[in-house]
Design a protein around this ligand. Structure first.
Ligand code: ZN
Length: 354
């Protein structure tokens, strides 16, 4: 197999410029296009590579990401609306977006995303969401008013797939944080601007936290099981922990999804010092060892929450985060205010635990 070179700096700049044009010049009647872009960016991290290869993505998998993205957004927003039937945020001009009824039905019947995934209704819901993704946003995202900007993907010769073009997966991986922030902020502005949401949102709102935040209450339910597998110790300083906090090992700011195996129990102080930094390689070693020894227990504990259980995907995300950090010369957090550069040991650690 011939290896395909990674995108050049010029190609990277052109790519980002085109993403910005899709978001600023595209016509948006619903929030679907933002969701497609976010889903594809997340899947490029999980499934893609850093060379310039094309990448086939099943449209069903995009649809599953879609359901996940809308899951928490279908929670009732606020408590100011007397008529309880209408307190879900509007995601569309005119009629409520169809994805909302698919996701809301699953929520009503199963309560949590994990239970919904295990239910008999899941396959049919994904089929319905797949049809919606194909009919609506997938082939419209790359269309501007009077121009087609189809630089991201095309039909794949493999049935039911799209094919990310050369360099696209690599660029999405490299610029994941920027693209996610762009798409989320446009999504939020769209929702704020819909007249139907004005009454629900009120003058001040924590809309960003509601739409994209980390759902702290679900995380708290993992505190006890994580304390068990970490033997009552902070993952970072290994001292005993009383009331700790749940920390995202790969920081939320770098990959804003709740993945069960990415969650660790840590002191509030350790968590605050670590902030948005990657953890140093010694911590990475302990985290990988913890997941290898106790991965099944963590999966079991997350089963009744909305937290995604995907040990393989979590490992890919972490591998991506460290490779990305290394390419940027990022500082990693050791303890307190102490940071250090990556030595390269992270590569052998990932190889060891694969
Ligand atoms: Zn600690």
């Amino acid at each position: 197999m011939t290896s395909i070179p990674a995108p050049t700096p010029e190609e990277q700049v052109i790519f980002l410029g085109k993403v910005e044009r899709l978001l600023s010049e595209g016509q948006f009647v619903a929030t679907y296009k933002y969701a497609v872009l976010l889903a594809i960016a997340d899947l490029a991290v999980k499934l893609g590579s850093d060379d310039g290869s094309e990448l086939d993505l099943p449209i069903r998998t995009i649809a599953e990401e879609f359901i996940e993205l809308y899951w928490r957004q279908c929670a009732p927003y606020g408590n100011s609306v007397a008529d309880g039937a209408y307190n879900i945020l509007q995601q569309n001009r005119g009629q409520q977006a169809a994805i909302i009824s698919i996701v809301d039905d699953l929520r009503q019947a199963h309560g949590t995303l994990v239970r919904a995934r295990q239910s008999a209704a899941w396959t049919a819901a994904v089929t319905e969401a797949t049809r919606l993704v194909k009919d609506m946003p997938l082939w419209r995202l790359q269309r501007l008013r009077n121009e087609v900007l189809d630089f991201l993907y095309s039909q794949s010769p493999v049935a039911g797939h799209i094919r990310l073009k050369h360099g696209v997966a690599a660029n999405l991986r490299r610029f994941h944080a920027i693209i996610v922030r762009l798409a989320q902020s446009e999504w939020m502005h769209f929702i704020q601007a819909l007249p139907g949401n004005a009454q629900l949102l009120g003058p001040i709102s924590d809309l960003g936290q509601f739409l994209f935040g980390a759902d702290r209450s679900a995380l708290l339910r993992l505190a006890t099981p994580l304390a068990d597998v970490q033997k009552g110790e902070c993952l970072y300083c290994r001292r005993r922990i009383g009331h700790g906090e749940i920390d995202h090992f790969v920081p939320w700011s770098r990959y804003p999804r709740n993945l069960a195996h990415n969650l660790v129990l840590a002191h509030t102080e350790c968590n605050r010092h670590k902030s948005d930094l990657l953890a140093a390689e010694a911590h990475l070693d302990r985290w990988l060892a913890r997941n290898q020894a106790h991965g099944a227990a963590i999966s079991e504990a997350a089963r009744t929450t909305n937290i995604i259980v995907d040990p393989g995907g979590t490992l890919s995300v972490a591998g991506w985060a460290y490779a990305h950090g290394a390419s940027l010369g990022a500082a990693t957090w050791v303890q307190g205010d102490e940071v250090e550069p990556l030595s390269g040991r992270w590569q052998s650690l990932f190889a060891e635990y694969e």
